[in-house]
Design a protein around this ligand. Structure first.
Ligand code: NAD
Ligand code: ZN
Length: 251
């Protein structure tokens, strides 16, 4: 008989190898094994700082110093994080010619650190700071070393160049993500609860154009029974490791 989960991994790997045209949509779950906490759940800093109170553009405009208390902790966590086997596995799939791009909701830069070349940062990046008055940009680690909250030359408190709740998606990221989502043969949906719009609409775009939707998540999500074709119910690192094992055998 064998492990029934084995069959679904073989099927997913077979589809990836046959279509050679996958895109990955990643969320906070792929970086959990790098020590970065998700918003949901009970880990670390998000117990202290409710994202709905701190991670909104309204809160930042009202009281940027208060929001920087949270951001300083987030930047500290991110600065210690390194890519995990899931990030490296996706970079490997790109090198093998099986994965054409990654659309990430994460702001941690770990896909690039793992060597992935084509990464669309749907929610921006914590690696850069921007001034909402004169639109100057600064690399964040250097600027933050000068003190918190970091300030622009014009004196205004800088904002990380990431999308806070209530802010629009940068239009280039939105356009690129839509075009990748509509052009792929397989969409790997990894570590996202699919509850944050408009990122959660991406799998439907791919599905409508005929892509096979492979979801990697130890839990079920709103996509699991509506959009997903194959649910690999494991942690991202383990699932991608198993996929690569089969892919090496067949491609
Ligand atoms: P989410 O926190 O809403 O959901 C994370 C999902 O990952 C859950 O469905 C969970 O079951 C799953 N998961 C947990 N551990 C996993 C593992 N080891 N492997 C695979 N899946 C696992 O995340 P979201 O959907 O990305 O939405 C939250 C928003 O906040 C996004 O914009 C997100 O990028 C942002 N955020 C980013 C970071 C980061 O940059 N690393 C961290 C926290 C939140
Ligand atoms: Zn300025």
């Amino acid at each position: 008989m064998g492990d029934p989960r084995e069959k679904i991994f073989r099927e997913a790997a077979g589809t990836l190898a046959a279509r050679r045209n996958a895109v990955a949509l990643t969320g906070a779950g792929i970086s959990v094994e790098s020590g970065i906490p998700m918003f949901r759940g009970t880990q670390g800093m998000w117990e202290k700082y409710d994202p709905m109170e701190y991670a909104t553009i309204g809160a930042f405009l009202r009281d940027p110093e208060k929001v920087w208390a949270m951001l300083a902790e987030m930047v500290e966590v991110l600065s210690r994080a390194v890519p995990n086997p899931a990030h490296f596995g996706l970079a490997k799939m790109e090198k093998m010619g099986l994965l054409r791009s990654i659309i990430t909701q994460n702001v941690d830069g770990l896909h690039q650190a793992a060597g992935s070349q084509r990464v669309i940062e749907f929610h921006g990046s914590a690696g850069e700071l921007i001034c909402l008055s004169c639109w100057n940009r600064y690399p964040s680690p250097e600027k933050i070393r000068d003190g918190i909250p970091p300030r622009c030359e014009c004196g205004r408190i800088l904002k990380p160049n990431l999308v806070l709740f209530g802010e629009p998606i940068p239009w280039t990221a939105q356009e690129e993500a839509e075009s990748e989502a509509e052009g792929c043969g397989v969409l790997l949906v990894i570590g996202t609860s699919a509850q944050v719009a408009p990122a959660c609409d991406i799998p439907r775009l791919s599905k409508r154009k005929g892509a096979v939707i492979v979801e990697i998540n130890p839990e079920e999500t709103p996509l699991t029974y509506s959009v997903t074709d194959l649910h690999l119910r494991e942690k991202a690192g383990d699932a991608i490791f198993r996929l690569l094992k089969f892919l090496r055998q067949i491609s």
